[in-house]
Structures are given as structure tokens and as C-alpha cells.
Design a protein around this ligand. Structure first.
Ligand SMILES: [Ca+2]
Ligand SMILES: [Ca+2]
Ligand SMILES: [Ca+2]
Length: 237
């Protein structure tokens, strides 16, 4: 490259004039930039993409990029977990990773006629959810997954249950380890809903493995009863 006088400096001055953009940053805007007015502009100097603020609601501002991308507050979205078909068959939608997931009928289940249990020392069953629809939020804004379920147990033992998650990339390659909620168990033959177990979704994640984990501590049956598992995508706040 040849440098003639101060031409390169002038060129940079003209290209990245701060009179033209309100924000000049090597990255995309986020929903908590909180510009003073709509129509504030943003230049991502890493990609060259320009953005304009179309809504400056505090911590919920919306930006539109020149390539059509939109940075907007992620609304909470429930994912479809296939665990309650008409028969609540544990072989539908779930893949055993350890042991064998089974069902047991009871009038006391939180919903339907059955809940999950097993007869193994430990059972882990997986259901893989496609979260690629949230890739923009996952990669540029920040998103988390919240898992919840109902649990119960047998009064004569300490068997318990956990809900977990691991993430996969676009090729379904696993690229994070498993993480689980704390083990819970019941001695009153009552059904309780666990608090939501939240996990940040790492950049690049396109699939989430939802993991049911039942652990036997006593007896022959694995009485870490589980039912009504839900998964929700939420914005990181
Ligand atoms: Ca049920
Ligand atoms: Ca118990
Ligand atoms: Ca048991």
C-alpha cells in the first residue's frame, strides 16, 4: 500500500464521521442501549452494517439494520415439548440415554392419567428442541432457557428428580456439558412444581437437549416422579 500525504487519515475521517452516526461501535446494538430519541443511528464498524433506532423504550429499544435484521426485545416463548400425547407414552418424543423411562398411572398426576418414573438406579431421557428460530437473540442479544416440571415421590425412600439441559450447534454437535437443577424429592405423596431452572443459551446454540433425570436412592423402583415438563425461551434481563 502506498501512503500519499495524509490521504488515509482523511478517508477514515470521512467514512466514520461521528456527525453521521450517534454510535460507532465494533458490534451490534442491544435492546438496552437506551438512545435519547428514535432515529438515533448506529454503525457496527466490525461489519459495516448501519442500524437505526425505531423505538427507544428504556431497556426495550428496537433497532433496524440495513440488511433487514431487527434487534428487538425477545418476548417469552414457550417451546413445544412432546411429552403428552393422548397416551402419555414415554417412548414418544423421548430418547433414553441411561436406563428406561416408564410411565405410571394415577389419579393424582398433575395432568392426564400418567406420570414418569423408572425402575433403574438412574434414568436420563432426552428430548431435543430446535431453537434455531431464536438464533439472532441467542447470538447478538442474549437469551436463556427456563425449565420447569412437577415432582412427587414415595414416602418410604429418598429417590429424586432433576431437570437438565445441554446445547448443540447447527450440526447438532454437543458443545456444552450437561447442567441440572438441584435434586428434589417428596415424602408426602403430594405433587409440587419446582422453581424455574434457568440456563443461559450460549452463542451459536441451535438445539437444546431437555434432560429428565431420575435417581434411585432406595428400594427397587425409581420413585423420582416427574410430570408436566415445560421449556421457555426468555430474554436475558
Ligand atoms: Ca401427566
Ligand atoms: Ca421420598
Ligand atoms: Ca425407590
Amino acid at each position: 500500500m502506498r501512503y500519499l500525504g495524509n490521504q488515509p487519515a482523511i478517508q477514515i475521517e470521512q467514512t466514520f464521521s461521528r456527525n453521521r452516526w450517534d454510535f460507532v461501535v465494533p458490534g451490534n446494538p442491544t435492546v438496552d442501549v437506551n438512545p435519547s430519541a428514535v432515529n438515533c443511528t448506529w454503525l457496527n464498524i466490525a461489519t459495516g452494517e448501519e442500524f437505526i433506532c425505531v423505538d427507544n423504550t428504556v431497556d426495550g429499544n428496537i433497532w433496524r439494520g440495513q440488511t433487514g435484521s431487527t434487534i428487538t426485545p425477545l418476548s417469552t416463548t414457550s417451546l413445544n415439548i412432546i411429552n403428552y400425547d393422548a397416551s402419555e407414552d414415554p417412548t414418544i418424543g423421548w430418547t433414553n440415554e441411561l436406563g428406561t423411562l416408564k410411565r405410571r398411572g394415577t389419579s393424582g398426576a398433575p395432568s392426564g392419567g400418567y406420570y414418569f418414573y423408572s425402575t433403574d438406579a438412574q434414568t436420563i431421557a432426552r428430548q431435543t428442541l430446535d431453537i434455531s428460530a431464536y438464533s439472532f437473540d441467542v447470538d447478538f442479544v442474549g437469551a436463556k432457557i427456563a425449565l420447569q416440571y412437577w415432582y412427587s415421590g414415595y414416602s418410604g425412600d429418598n429417590d429424586g428428580s432433576q431437570i437438565g439441559v445441554r446445547f448443540r450447534d447447527s450440526m447438532q454437535n454437543v458443545f456444552t456439558g450437561d447442567s441440572y437443577s438441584l435434586l428434589v424429592e417428596d415424602d408426602t405423596n403430594t405433587w409440587y412444581q419446582v422453581p424455574e431452572y434457568e440456563s443461559a443459551i450460549p452463542v451459536g446454540a441451535r438445539f437444546a437437549d431437555i434432560l429428565m433425570k431420575l435417581t434411585r436412592m432406595d428400594g427397587v423402583d425409581n420413585n423420582g416422579y416427574m410430570d408436566d415438563i415445560t421449556a421457555t425461551i426468555k430474554p436475558v434481563s
